[in-house]
Design a protein around this ligand. Structure first.
Ligand SMILES: NC(=O)C1=CN([C@@H]2O[C@H](COP(=O)(O)OP(=O)(O)OC[C@H]3O[C@@H](n4cnc5c(N)ncnc54)[C@H](O)[C@@H]3O)[C@@H](O)[C@H]2O)C=CC1
Ligand SMILES: Nc1nc(O)c(N)c(N[C@@H]2O[C@H](COP(=O)(O)O)[C@@H](O)[C@H]2O)n1
Length: 225
């Protein structure tokens, strides 16, 4: 499976405010670039922190792109994939609507009654259990791949992106750096988690492009084909 991480940060590397309130960092052209990435993906992944903070839809916004996907024998939208160790996704979350399939990646610690409620709340919900207390992303991704998810776009947030790098699962990273400063020691950054100390992942910078009033930085992860 090819795993592409994309996010938008302020110049000081923040994904949103210290209150974890969504900030419009991208401009129209960058949102359109993200829409192209979604349209090329089989699944769009976020952590449950992002679901709780933003209630995202994660679908393809352009009708032309949805039509093109259908023409190619794909679903109109990629599947929504949520890493949600304890099944905290609200039953009225937009990612459970009937616009696309939804995969909930949970751990064995997820309460059964929550899983039943979530299966009932959505029209096309598949639960994948991997890991004891926290989602084991490598195992969960192998199951997703067996279900036809060959290209996964991970949009965040910072806890999830750190874990993806920590597990050595990232092939490509693109970051839109918008011309704003958000600040705040508790504001989420591109990669949070415990942080790396010794084995710091190295990236190959493959492209830099000015978009809107910011820049898009494109990287391959060193050691990945
Ligand atoms: N500017 C941007 O491009 C984006 C910004 N955001 C922002 O990021 C913030 C949310 O980020 P975070 O709080 O860091 O939450 P997150 O979205 O990274 O979710 C973290 C949660 O995912 C679950 N999880 C399950 N398995 C995991 C694993 N193996 N590793 C890590 N987490 C795992 C855990 O419950 C954990 O608390 C929001 O403020 C949102 O607005 C989110 C996505 C993109
Ligand atoms: N690429 C990008 N730029 C920004 O400025 C952002 N705030 C985000 N946020 C991400 O987009 C999700 C919203 O998706 P929908 O529009 O609801 O489909 C949000 O949850 C973040 O993942 N991204």
């Amino acid at each position: 499976m090819e795993v592409v991480v994309n996010a938008a940060t302020s110049v000081d590397g923040k994904l949103s405010t210290r209150e974890r309130r969504q900030v419009r960092i991208s401009g129209d052209a960058d949102f359109d670039r993200v829409d192209r990435l979604r349209a090329a993906a089989d699944g769009v992944l976020v952590g449950v922190g992002t679901v709780l903070a933003d209630d995202p839809h994660l679908g393809v916004k352009s009708e032309d792109r949805r039509v093109e996907r259908l023409r190619n024998g794909r679903s109109a939208n990629p599947a929504r994939v949520v890493a949600d160790s304890r099944a905290r996704t609200p039953t009225d979350a937009t990612v459970l609507d009937d616009d696309a399939a939804t995969y909930l990646l949970v751990s064995e610690a997820a309460p059964t009654d929550r899983l039943d409620a979530l299966r009932e709340a959505g029209t096309d919900v598949t639960v994948i259990t991997a890991g004891a207390e926290r989602v084991d992303l490598a195992t969960a991704f192998a199951r997703l791949e067996a279900m036809g998810v060959d290209r996964l776009l991970a949009e965040g947030g910072g806890e999830l992106i750190f874990s993806l790098f920590d597990a050595g699962l990232v092939d490509e990273l693109s970051v839109f750096v918008g011309s704003i400063v958000i600040g705040g020691r508790d504001a989420p950054t591109l990669a949070d988690g415990e942080g790396f100390v010794e084995a710091v992942p190295a990236l190959d910078l493959v492209d830099v492009e000015r978009v809107d009033d910011g820049v898009v930085l494109q990287y391959r992860v060193e050691g990945r084909p």
